[in-house]
Design a protein. Structure first.
Length: 341
């Protein structure tokens, strides 16, 4: 009888703890979304472009003059013309959804999920939720698709990946990982991915000019990136010695040394991190594309670093992710992503 009572008490305590955790995640997501939606940390990059697009959205959409992806355009149209929301409220709701999905997934997979959330706020929040809300929501759908692929679901991940692609076209690079997650317990697939990554990177590097030009033919956004890249090629280059490349590289190497790649689940995020570095080098001639594609994979670092670390050595990747977080905040302030009024 005592054992039954103990089980009941433990179950009740676990449910109460879960409810408090979900409440904390919800409040944190809404608070960060409010900060971003109402620009409490400054205007930053891209804010006025998003505001101008929202304000200029007509009741009838003229696709000849739209540079954003269809799903985002329809969401803006619905928010403005049906719900009659001001831009600040619209962006706050979008960012709340984006953060909630990611934070709930951290809570589901990671033992040290509060550290993952804190690191996300330092590293990714300023460049996604505070700057590029399209890609922030797109990445959330991709992570949800990954989650369902790990659960051996087939149709839902396809639908979610399609939605993600229509919020931001760069999320197309996540498709191989959504597929790999479905076969994460197959060693043959993992070996194929390991050999495919360097080969694909070489192909991208050799044909990068052709690939970018091809993308710009089909996407107004890609064409805009191409024009900004042409400017950047004459005024800026990708710094291969930046902390955004060096620190993830150290995390990647240390995770292999510690044997994290033997975990069927972690290996997907290790490959994701490896891909982010391959992309950075493959698009050296195209700084804008290099940064955008690398940034979408950065979230993989959190799944590597804050899982079930058992020994002091297992915390080495987490240490370098934390260093990356501190450096990211410094660079965000220096480059005026935040606190720019």
């Amino acid at each position: 009888m005592n054992s039954v009572s103990k089980i009941v008490r433990e179950t009740s305590t676990a449910k109460t703890s879960l409810l408090w955790e979900l409440l904390l995640i919800s409040v944190l997501s809404m608070s960060l979304a409010f900060i971003s939606g109402y620009r409490l940390l400054g205007y930053g990059f891209d804010y006025w472009d998003y505001v101008a697009f929202y304000d200029q959205m007509d009741n009838s959409i003229n696709w000849n003059y739209v540079r954003f992806e269809p799903a985002y355009v329809y969401t803006v149209w619905f928010a403005k013309w049906v719900l009659r929301f001001p831009y600040e409220l619209f962006s706050t709701i979008v960012i709340t959804a984006s953060l909630s999905i990611k934070f709930f997934i951290f809570r589901y997979y990671l033992k040290y999920w509060p550290l993952a959330i804190f690191s996300y706020i330092l590293i990714i929040y300023p460049i996604h939720e505070y700057t590029q809300i399209r890609i922030s929501l797109s990445l959330s759908f991709c992570l949800l698709a990954l989650h369902l692929s790990f659960q051996k679901k087939l149709i839902a991940p396809i639908i979610l990946t399609y939605i993600a692609f229509n919020f931001h076209y760069t999320s197309i690079v996540m498709i191989p990982f959504v597929m790999a997650a479905y076969f994460h317990d197959k060693s043959t697939i993992r070996k194929f991915v390991a050999f495919a990554l360097p080969a694909i990177s070489v192909v991208i590097y050799l044909f990068s000019f052709f690939l970018i030009d091809l993308a710009s033919q089909f996407s107004v956004a890609a064409d805009a990136y191409m024009r900004s890249t042409t400017y950047a090629m004459n005024n800026d280059t990708v710094n291969i010695y930046s902390v955004a490349i060096i620190l993830p590289f150290i995390v990647l190497i240390s995770s292999f040394i510690l044997g994290f790649h033997k975990n069927n689940y972690k290996i997907i995020y290790i490959y994701m991190t490896a891909t982010s570095l391959c992309v950075a080098f493959s698009f050296l001639q195209f700084p804008v594309f290099s940064h955008r594609l690398r940034e979408i994979f950065t979230v993989g670092l959190l799944f590597i670093a804050f899982d079930r670390n058992r020994t002091p050595q297992d915390w080495i990747p987490a240490f370098f992710v934390a260093a990356y977080g501190v450096a990211s905040i410094y660079l965000g302030i220096r480059d005026k992503l935040i606190f720019e009024y």
